[in-house]
Design a binder for this molecule. Structure first.
Ligand SMILES: Cc1cc2nc3c(=O)[nH]c(=O)nc-3n(C[C@H](O)[C@H](O)[C@H](O)COP(=O)(O)OP(=O)(O)OC[C@H]3O[C@@H](n4cnc5c(N)ncnc54)[C@H](O)[C@@H]3O)c2cc1C
Length: 467
């Protein structure tokens, strides 16, 4: 019985962690997390996510210590660091849960090559996606590009059993523990700490959310589209960091027959679908999946982009969402779709700008999910919404936030505006505005663009580009 390393990446949990469970079977286990500069400080660096990560790592270390082990830290290129650690502790295998982004896959190939030289195995497990997506292929052996057929194959695909949580671990002594990077080094601000803290980093808080999600699943289908209720699971940050396992969540839902549980399981499938897309089409991270839209002429309008980022477009539903993002590092899914459509279609601004802004702030910011959904909303991706479908934020608000709870929460300057005008304050008379204490242009902005004119322009531009 030799020594095994378990290399944590975004699977920061003890429960249902196949890589940890496999490593625990060895004579000795060395748990490690490696800070990769490109991830915590690169093009997708985020103070909010770094704060969530750091807090989750501290909790994981405490849980490992309770089981008789501890988390080791390394910083730098994993191909160098993990190889060195394997030599230091005499490990013959490094267990990981497989990730599917371009970065993760090329990193793992390099680490595997480095370990090959020392005859150390890199053993991959299915602990990030729910199903083993590498094995989900079309009849002709290719990747799925469309959600519905993917979801059918996904539902039918084999699943692994939920992995046992190890209770007792044995870790060799004398191995350098290394350092958890400081808040300063990770660029964590007080605001980022507040945002991450409120979302509940770590496995304990994540599991609480998971149990609540399972208990309330029957209601999910009815409440999921209503941002004012705020009753979706909020599991996206725990799923991103792996403080909760998608597979374990699925087993809790599979035991239930309600429409809500089915709808929630379908959302887990969407998560695996976007992992599948980025796995097979890594170029999507910078380019439109649909080649016809590459080279599209986007508006280079910094002022409008910044107004969108600040939640000052003059469209209440859009502004509410953008302000929620800044305040909570999270936004309701329905509103994400509306703000993305507004940016890419009404403002005709490049989807990559929106993607980058989301990645800066979202606690669940995840290249596979964010890129897939942005390309979907901008109608340039795999299985996108048609380009001529432009979300009307006024109608979206009336339908999904009819009593204005959500908009009033995030745009308090419009609090006293009657429901009738809350979705389009520019239609209210001076008298109504005055009665509500709103001066358009000073208390709250006038709309950046006319929704109808900009919609027509977008459809024409997309149509021309598509040819
Ligand atoms: C423009 C845009 C960008 C997005 N960026 C991200 C991102 O970076 N990271 C991220 O995790 N999600 C992203 N989403 C998907 C979705 O908005 C969030 O997963 C969801 O809002 C998270 O809240 P929740 O956990 O309460 O979701 P719930 O409704 O409770 O759903 C449960 C889980 O299902 C999965 N899920 C739900 N909706 C989707 C979806 N549309 N696509 C993929 N998985 C889904 C998530 O893992 C989620 O936690 C994005 C959506 C849009 C439109």
């Amino acid at each position: 019985m030799g020594t095994a390393i378990v290399w944590f990446r975004r699977d920061l949990r003890m429960s249902d962690n196949p890589a940890l469970a496999a490593a625990a079977e060895a004579g000795g286990i060395v748990p490690v997390f490696c800070f990769e500069g490109g991830l915590y400080g690169g093009r997708h660096g985020s103070a909010n996510r770094n704060a969530y990560l750091r807090a989750s790592l501290r909790e994981l270390d405490a849980s490992l210590r309770d089981a008789g082990s501890k988390l080791h830290y390394r910083s730098g290129d994993p191909a160098v660091q993990i190889r060195r650690l394997a030599a230091e502790c005499g490990a013959d295998v490094v267990h990981v849960n497989r990730d599917h982004t371009a970065h993760a896959r090329s990193r793992d190939r390099r680490v595997q090559e480095a370990l090959d030289g020392d005859d150390v195995e890199l053993a991959g497990h299915t602990g990030i996606s729910c199903a083993e997506i590498a094995k989900i292929e079309t009849g002709s052996g290719g990747p799925y590009r469309v959600f519905t057929p993917f979801s059918k194959a996904w539902m039918a695909a084999d699943r692994r059993d939920v992995a046992t949580k190890p209770r007792k671990l044995r870790t060799p002594t004398g191995i350098e523990v290394g350092k958890l990077l400081s808040e300063e080094r990770l660029g964590i601000t007080a605001e980022a700490k507040r945002i991450a803290g409120a979302a509940g980093p770590g496995e304990v808080a994540g599991r609480k959310l998971m149990r609540e999600a399972a208990e309330n699943a029957a209601r999910y289908a009815k409440v999921r589209d209503l941002p004012g209720l705020d009753e979706t699971t909020r599991l996206s940050p725990p799923l991103h960091f792996g403080t909760v396992s998608a597979r374990e969540l699925e087993t809790l839902l599979a035991e239930q027959r309600s429409e809500g549980a089915k709808a929630l399981r379908r959302q887990i499938c969407w998560r695996d679908f976007w992992l599948n897309v980025i796995r097979h089409f890594p170029a999507n991270r910078t380019k439109e999946y649909d080649e016809r839209f590459r080279g599209m002429r986007w508006h280079d309008d910094r002022a409008s982009l910044n107004a969108w980022k600040r939640g000052e477009t003059g469209v209440p539903y859009v502004d509410a969402g953008m302000r929620q993002l800044l305040a909570e590092g999270w936004m309701h899914n329905r509103v994400r779709m509306a703000v993305a459509s507004y940016l890419t279609k009404n403002l005709l601004i490049d989807w990559r700008e929106g993607e980058a802004h989301f990645m800066e702030h979202l606690l669940d910011g995840d290249e596979s999910q964010n890129n897939g959904n942005w390309q979907w909303a901008a109608s340039v991706g795999a299985d996108p919404q048609p380009y001529f479908r432009v979300f009307n934020p006024v109608r979206q608000q009336r339908r999904f936030d009819a009593d204005g709870t959500y908009v009033r929460r995030w745009v308090p300057e419009l609090e006293r505006l009657p429901d009738k005008y809350l979705a389009e304050p520019w239609e209210a008379s001076e008298e109504v505005l005055e009665g509500a204490g709103v001066r358009l242009g000073s208390d709250y902005p006038r709309p950046l663009v006319d929704l109808e004119d900009s919609r027509e322009e977008a459809i024409a531009r997309y149509g021309d580009q598509r040819g």
